[in-house]
Design a protein around this ligand. Structure first.
Ligand code: ZN
Ligand code: ZN
Ligand code: ZN
Length: 316
């Protein structure tokens, strides 16, 4: 029976993208599953008539869901997600396909929110009475984000009806998920209209993952990103825009992010082994690095780094 289970799990993992697990790997290791790699608006994005999104629509090619990570423990059958995006319905289907759970009224063991920009929490509407009607799904958020959800409709109704149970996050205080996994939020500078913004470190039995989908600029942070990369095994980092030529007609200083081109320059001083950990995520629909085999993707690869791929996994 165990042999069949091993073969099945190995098969599922190799189907994902061949990135990590092999037949000799132990299949019960907890892992992170990339559920989406696009910026808040997704890819393709509503109303975009430019080549970036029109070519996807005309070819019928699937784009990418909004950025979210799943954290899965195959032994306990628990699964958590970081951020609840507008693509939550499709992302929950992916979780159900690759890491099924029997608890239908409680689709995940917990949700961790980075901040209150729409791409990161608006999927919570799916948990409400009109849709899933979940019961007490733990949603962990920083203090301002928690107050925002408690006091503003429609989110406040989710709280009132106990569809979700809000839990407080505190910067730099680890939360124990189970005996093998912890998650720790940390503050980053970002446009904080409704909430603080955090990134997370997810730690498993053997490895750690850094997740920073949104940050203004590396230089604005009171921590050195290089040091943070060194302290983990994989880093999913803000790759919203490739460079400043990307949004003609819009004041890009109002929506600051570290351009991938800036990160490439900054990280060039790091050893190969550190740069190899970097996987850019949260790509805007205009970012050419979303396109397979684009010059932008080649530039990232030549710099020894990567673009995060939806459905790729990383063992913890
Ligand atoms: Zn975002
Ligand atoms: Zn577009
Ligand atoms: Zn944001």
């Amino acid at each position: 029976m165990r042999t069949i289970y091993l073969a099945l799990v190995t098969c599922v993992y190799s189907l994902l993208n061949g990135e990590v697990l092999t037949a000799t790997d132990v299949p019960d290791t907890p892992y992170v599953l990339v559920l989406g790699t696009a910026q808040d608006g997704g890819y393709p994005q509503a109303g975009c008539e430019k080549q970036c999104c029109q070519s996807l629509r005309s070819s019928g090619t699937t784009g990418s869901h909004v950025t979210s990570l799943g954290i899965i423990d195959p032994i306990s059958k628990q699964r958590w997600i970081i951020d609840c995006t507008p693509d939550f319905p499709a992302q929950l289907s992916l979780l159900d396909k690759y890491a099924p759970s029997k608890q239908k009224r409680k689709p995940v063991s917990g949700i961790f929110l980075t901040h209150a920009h729409v791409g990161h929490y608006a999927g919570l509407i799916n948990l409400g009475r009109e849709i899933m009607g979940t019961q007490g799904v733990p949603v962990s958020a920083m203090p301002r984000c928690k107050t925002f959800l408690e006091t503003q409709g429609p989110w406040s109704l989710l709280v009132k009806l106990n569809n979700i149970k809000l839990l407080p996050l505190k910067a730099d205080v680890p939360i124990t998920l189970n005996s093998r996994l912890t998650i720790t939020p940390f503050l980053v500078p970002h446009r904080d209209e409704f909430s603080e913004t955090v990134g997370f470190v997810i730690a498993g039995p053997d490895r750690k993952v850094l997740f920073i989908p949104d940050i203004d600029k590396w230089e604005k942070w009171d921590r050195r990103i290089e040091q943070q990369i060194t302290s983990v095994d994989r880093a999913y980092l803000d790759g919203t825009f490739f460079d400043n030529a990307e949004l003609p007609g819009r004041d890009i200083s109002q929506i600051p992010h570290p351009f991938i081109s800036e990160s490439i320059t900054r990280f060039a001083k790091l050893p190969d082994s550190q740069r190899d950990k970097v996987h850019f995520i949260h790509l805007n629909h205009t970012n050419a690095a979303l396109k397979p085999n684009s010059q932008a993707q080649r530039t990232v690869a030549e710099a020894g780094m990567h673009i995060a791929q939806q459905l790729s996994i990383f063992k913890l």
